[in-house]
Design a protein around this ligand. Structure first.
Ligand SMILES: Nc1nc2c(ncn2[C@@H]2O[C@H](COP(=O)(O)OP(=O)(O)O)[C@@H](O)[C@H]2O)c(=O)[nH]1
Ligand SMILES: [Mg+2]
Length: 444
C-alpha cells in the first residue's frame, strides 16, 4: 500500500529540504507535484483539491518562506494536513461499553470485502483484551458463509452463534443478542451478508437487522483495493444505515491507496482498523499519524517499536535501544533479534517501518533464506567472538564454518552484512525522531 505515492512524496520533500532558501515558485512546483501524485494514487478529486488549496495557502505564508529551514516547515505542513485528512485522534477507538453490559457490533459491506474474516480478527483482538466475545453467523445468503465463520471462530477460540436451518438473519441476530445478554457475553459481533453490488435487498436486510438489535458500532468493511468505488459505497451505507466506523481490509495489498486517503474526508467517518493479511492477528488499529509518516516516506518508528513490544519485554527493548544508541550492538544481540524476527511479522512489513530503510534496503538485501544459516553460524561462535566480531580472522572463520555446517563464504557474508547493519544503526542512533520515540517509549 502507498508504495508509489510514498516514493514520490519522499522525493518531493527531499528536493525541498536540500534548499536553504525556497521561493514561491519552488512551493508551487512542489504542490503541483503533490497534486499529481495524489491523483495518481486514485484519491477523490474533491479531496485532492481541498488538500492542495489548503496546503498552498499555508505554505505560501511568510512563516515558511522566511523560516530558517523552509523545507522542514513545508514538510510539516504537508504532514499535518495528511494526518488531518486521514482521521482525527481518538475517533479510531471502538466505543465499547463496560463488561457488565453487552456491546453490539454490526459488520457490513459488499460481498468479498472481508466482513467475515474481519469479524473473526476483531473477535480475536477483543478476546485478547479480556472481553467475552460471541460471533454471530447472520449471513444466510451465501451457502458456505455460516461454515466459514464457524471455522474462523474455532481457530480464534470464540463461540459462534448459529441457528441451523433458519433463513431469517434478523431472527438469528436477535436470538444471538438475547443469548449473549443472558449468558453475560460483553461483546457480540454480527457478521452479515453482502452482495456483489449495492442493491435494495441488501440494504433492507441490514436496516432490518440494525433496527432489531440497535448496534453500538456499525462497522463498514471496505476492500482497500476497490479504490474510488469504496467511497460511493460507503456513502450509500452511511445514508441508509449509518456508519460509526470504517475498516479497510486488504491494506497489505499492492494498491495505490486512494480509498484510504479519501474515505474519511468524503464520508466523515473514522477509519478504525486496517486489515493487514488473512491471519487472525492481522488487524491493526488505524493511526493517521503513522500512516501519514509512512506516506511521506518518513518511516514508521512508533509502529515498529510497538510491534517489537509485543515480542520483547520492556527490559529487552530498553537494552536494545541503549545498545543501538551506544553502538555496542553485537552478534549475540543480532542472534537474539533473528530469533525474534519470525514473531515480528514479515520482512517487508518490517522494512516499511524502519526510517530510511525503504528504498535503501530491499527485502532481497535481507536474504531471508540465509537467516537460518546465520543463526547456526553465530551459535558456532564463542561468547567472546559474538561480542567482538572484528577478531574473527581466517582460521576462526574456518572453524565456525565447519562447526555450523556452512561455508567460509557464508561466514564472510554474515560478517560483512553485520558490519553494514552496524552502520545503519549508527545512522539511526543519530536520528533525533528515532531517539525521542525510543525515549518516550521507555517512559523517559
Ligand atoms: N490479504 C488480505 N486478505 C484479506 C483481508 N481481509 C480479508 N481477506 C480475504 O478476502 C477474502 C474475502 O473475505 P471474506 O471475509 O470472506 O469477505 P466477506 O464476503 O465480506 O465476508 C478472503 O479470501 C479473505 O481471506 C486482508 O486484510 N488482507
Ligand atoms: Mg462473509
Amino acid at each position: 500500500m502507498f508504495d508509489s505515492i510514498s516514493t514520490k512524496f519522499s522525493s518531493i520533500m527531499k528536493n525541498l529540504s536540500g534548499k536553504g532558501k525556497i521561493t514561491e515558485k519552488n512551493i508551487r512546483d512542489a504542490v503541483e507535484e503533490i497534486k499529481i501524485s495524489l491523483l495518481d494514487a486514485d484519491v477523490n478529486l474533491r479531496v485532492v483539491r481541498r488538500f492542495i488549496n489548503g496546503t498552498l495557502e499555508e505554505a505560501l505564508g511568510e512563516k515558511v518562506l522566511l523560516s530558517v529551514d523552509p523545507g522542514q516547515q513545508f514538510t510539516k505542513i504537508v504532514y499535518d494536513r495528511m494526518v488531518a485528512l486521514l482521521g482525527d485522534g481518538d475517533a479510531s477507538l471502538l466505543k465499547l461499553k463496560g463488561k457488565d453490559a453487552t456491546t453490539i457490533i454490526l459488520m457490513m459491506g459488499l460481498q468479498g470485502s472481508g466482513k467475515t474474516t474481519t469479524a473473526s480478527k476483531l473477535a480475536y483482538k477483543l478476546t485478547k483484551e479480556g472481553r467475552k466475545v460471541m460471533l454471530v453467523a447472520a449471513d444466510l445468503v451465501r451457502p458456505a458463509a455460516v461454515q466459514q465463520l464457524c471455522v474462523l471462530g474455532e481457530k480464534v477460540g470464540v463461540r459462534v452463534f448459529t441457528i441451523p436451518g433458519e433463513k431469517n438473519p434478523v431472527k438469528v441476530a436477535t436470538e444471538a443478542v438475547k443469548t449473549a445478554k443472558h449468558e453475560l457475553y460483553d461483546t457480540v459481533i454480527v457478521d452479515t451478508s453482502g452482495r456483489m453490488h449495492l442493491d435494495d435487498v441488501l440494504m433492507k436486510e441490514i436496516q432490518d437487522i440494525a433496527s432489531a438489535i440497535r448496534p453500538d458500532e456499525t462497522l463498514f468493511v471496505a476492500d482497500a483495493m476497490t479504490g474510488q468505488n469504496a467511497v460511493s459505497i460507503a456513502q450509500e451505507f452511511e445514508s441508509k444505515v449509518g456508519i460509526t466506523g470504517v475498516i479497510l481490509s486488504k491494506f497489505d495489498s499492492d494498491t495505490r491507496g486512494g480509498a484510504a486517503l479519501s474515505l474519511k474526508s468524503v464520508v466523515g467517518k473514522p477509519i478504525k482498523f486496517i486489515g493487514m493479511g488473512e491471519k487472525p492477528e492481522d488487524l491493526e488499529t488505524f493511526h493517521p499519524d503513522r500512516i501519514a509518516s509512512r506516506i511521506l516516506g518518513m518511516g514508521d518508528v512508533v509502529s515498529l517499536v510497538e510491534k517489537a513490544q509485543q515480542v520483547y519485554d520492556q527490559e529487552e527493548a530498553e537494552r536494545m535501544a541503549k545498545k543501538i544508541q551506544k553502538n555496542t550492538f553485537d552478534l549475540q544481540d543480532y542472534l537474539d533479534q533473528l530469533e525474534n524476527m519470525n514473531k515480528m511479522g514479515s520482512a517487508d512489513k518490517l522494512l516499511e517501518m524502519i526510517p530510511g530503510a525503504k528504498g535503501n534496503i530491499s527485502e532481497e538485501d535481507l536474504h531471508l533464506e540465509e537467516l537460518e544459516s546465520e543463526k547456526a553460524i553465530i551459535r558456532s561462535m564463542t561468547k567472546f567472538e559474538r561480542a567482538n566480531f572484528r577478531i574473527i580472522g581466517p582460521s576462526r572463520r574456518k572453524r565456525i564454518a565447519k562447526g555450523s555446517g556452512t561455508s567460509v563464504a557464508e561466514v564472510n557474508r554474515l560478517l560483512k552484512k553485520f558490519e553494514k547493519s552496524k552502520l545503519l544503526m549508527k545512522k539511526l542512533a543519530t536520528n533525533k525522531k528515532f531517539q525521542s520515540d525510543m525515549l518516550k517509549y521507555m517512559g523517559m
